[in-house]
Design a protein around this ligand. Structure first.
Ligand code: PEP
Ligand code: MG
Length: 593
């Protein structure tokens, strides 16, 4: 008897978007391609077509508002704001004015004009660099799809009625698709497109659905009902797993699930070693909507709020009033915990379209961050003013990026004092004792850490840049990626110097670079005496668990022993051995394989 041939196991590598492991039958979710032709209309039909367009816009707005309400129930207000950007597109003057003007002139149907607008906007946004523009392009496409569907009298196809638990596989998913999921039956998500910080990824994390994005062609390789494993921890997706691998994945899934449940149990407990040494565990965010996840994952505040999104999301200078509103929203979300707002870290790889950044041979060594802010002082004044206004009766702190010279700190402090006087004149309340700290991410600051510590209220070590500037290794260059390591003994010595200098001067020292969120480094960092760690929201529980499981003496031993090694590889090997010894039951290795 011949058996039907089984497809071979296929492993794909994508971007881990939301943690967890999902195993189940695939459900292919593809939206019908919209067919849009330039349909000619007569002069008499023009008023009717214009009305139909306005009506479709109105109905789309109502739909988006309903989706927003649904999102609000599932994820909270800040994440639901994803849909505010969709609402704004329905009010886009270009879309509306252009359609109202072209329709009577060209006498073509409204659906074609909306499609034409979408295509041009989509292409020009996608052509710009950076995740933000790509995200905006996706938003424009989603909203245009909705308007066109309304004009063509089509129903939106959402995943309301899944009858059994499935892993959803799709070319792409919009935030509305995800919000309309029947969550009981969506085990996991795998998509061709998308990155780690797309709206889709943020939503899956917030809903705790394991997800992998950026798989390129997963939706072409699998059919409905075929077996699939989605590992949202590592970014691996396995199609048609062999029975042996399936069993292994079920074990991993169970371990992860148990681990996750235990982590949730410690969410609201303080971050301290078993003998009571407190380490503040905070989170890094780059968009206000991530503040919700900080709360749900047990973060004790925001240790690094990257504010560049304000520029990158609008392509012009954000007004002071806009900034006050944005900052206050985040501050209120995490209150009574602190929010450390970093002033604009523009330049380098974060260029702003429409702004004349000079062409530089070495942009990372060029006009960026505090250097830009001290040259274009209106920028810094408006941001200081907004931060100060958000600080009234709240724990808000200011952080200056890329400091390399003591005069930069002094100049920034002088401007801050002038802005305070201005606010007093305007009768606007603020925290008069607001704390001002600096990023320690340039070696000159480490070498003069004692002097810098006398000039500011706290240090925050940015290992991402500190590594690139100390080891002369571009952090984004794949050709030299093997040389880029925060475990390089030179970096470890810099950490020790900075922490010791900070403490000698009586100021707290935080670490907010990626190293802070690597479980492999936790024992060592605690042992070095760091006061605060600021990490990506998803790793908060894992880091808290590690800190709560050891005593300070053990951490100190690790921190001392680590200096015996003189290569990054040996440091990592030693830390891995130590972690295995102390945490046999911790699946920290998930990230490493
Ligand atoms: C760093 O350099 O470590 C840091 C946290 O800042 P960014 O990654 O935004 O440069
Ligand atoms: Mg940096």
């Amino acid at each position: 008897m011949s058996r039907s041939p089984k497809p071979h196991e296929t492993v794909l590598k994508g971007i881990p978007a939301a943690p967890g492991i999902a195993i189940g039958p695939a459900f292919l979710f593809t939206k019908d391609h919209l067919t849009v032709h330039p349909r000619e209309i007569t002069a008499e039909e023009v008023p009717v077509e214009l009305e139909r367009f306005k009506e479709a816009l109105e109905q789309t707005r109502k739909d988006i508002l309903k989706t927003r309400t649904l999102a609000m129930k599932q994820t909270g207000d800040i994440v639901a704001r994803i849909f505010d950007s969709h609402l704004l597109i329905t009010e886009d003057a270009m879309l509306i004015d252009e359609t109202l003007e072209r329709l009577p002139k060209e006498k073509v149907s409204a659906d074609f004009l909306v499609y034409d607008f979408m295509l041009r906007t989509y292409r020009s946004l996608k052509a710009q660099q950076g995740e933000y523009f790509s995200q905006r392009a996706d938003d424009v496409r989603d909203v245009a799809r909705r308007i066109i569907s309304k004009l063509q009298g089509l129903k939106e196809d959402y995943l309301f009625d899944l009858e059994e638990p499935v892993v959803v596989v799709a070319p792409d998913l919009s935030p509305s698709d995800i919000i309309h999921f029947d969550r009981r039956n969506v085990l996991g998500i795998a998509t061709n497109l998308g990155g780690a910080t797309s709206h889709t990824a943020i939503l899956t994390r917030s809903l705790e659905v394991p997800a992998v994005t950026g798989l390129r062609n997963v939706s072409d390789l699998i059919c409905n009902g075929q077996s699939i494993v989605v590992n949202g921890n590592s970014g691996k997706v396995v199609l048609f797993p062999t029975p042996v691998h399936l069993r292994e994945y079920r074990t991993k899934q169970k371990r992860f699930f148990d681990f996750w449940v235990r982590l949730k149990g410690i969410r609201d407990l303080p971050t301290e070693t078993s003998d009571g040494r407190v380490v503040k565990l905070m989170a890094n965010i780059g968009l206000p909507m991530e503040a919700e996840a900080v709360k749900t994952h047990g973060g004790e505040g925001i240790g690094l709020f990257r504010t560049e999104y304000l520029f990158l999301t609008r392509g012009n200078m954000p007004s002071e009033a806009d900034q006050v509103e944005e900052y206050k929203r985040v501050v209120e979300t995490v209150h009574p915990h602190p929010v450390v707002l970093r002033t604009f870290d523009l330049g380098g790889d974060k260029l702003m379209p429409g702004w004349n950044f000079p062409k530089e041979n070495n942009p990372f060594l060029g006009w960026r961050a505090i250097r830009v802010c001290l040259d274009v002082q209106d920028l810094l004044r408006a941001q200081f003013s907004a931060i100060l206004q958000a600080s009234y009766q709240r724990d808000v702190r200011i952080l200056l990026p890329l400091i390399s010279d003591i005069n930069e700190v002094r100049s920034a402090k002088k401007i801050l004092e002038e802005v305070k006087l201005d606010l007093e004149r305007r009768n606007l309340p603020f925290d008069h004792d607001i704390k001002l700290g600096i990023m320690v991410e340039v070696p000159s600051v480490v070498l003069m850490a004692d002097e810098f510590a006398r000039e500011c209220d706290f240090f925050s070590i940015g290992t991402n840049d500190l590594v690139q500037y100390t080891l002369a290794v571009d952090r984004g260059n794949e050709n030299v990626a093997q040389l880029y390591s925060a475990y390089h003994p030179a970096i470890l010595r810099m950490l020790r110097t900075t922490i010791d200098s900070g403490h000698r001067a009586g100021i707290p020292v935080a670490i907010c670079g990626e190293l802070a969120g690597d479980p492999l480094a936790t024992l060592m960092l605690v042992g070095l005496g760091v006061d605060e760690l600021s990490v990506s929201p998803v790793v908060l529980p894992e880091i808290k668990k590690i800190i709560r499981s050891v005593d300070f003496a053990t951490a100190r031993q690790v921190a001392e022993h680590v200096y015996e090694y003189i290569t990054a590889k040996d440091v990592e090997k030693y830390l891995l051995r130590t972690m295995k010894k102390h945490f046999a039951d911790l699946p920290v290795w998930f990230k490493r394989g």
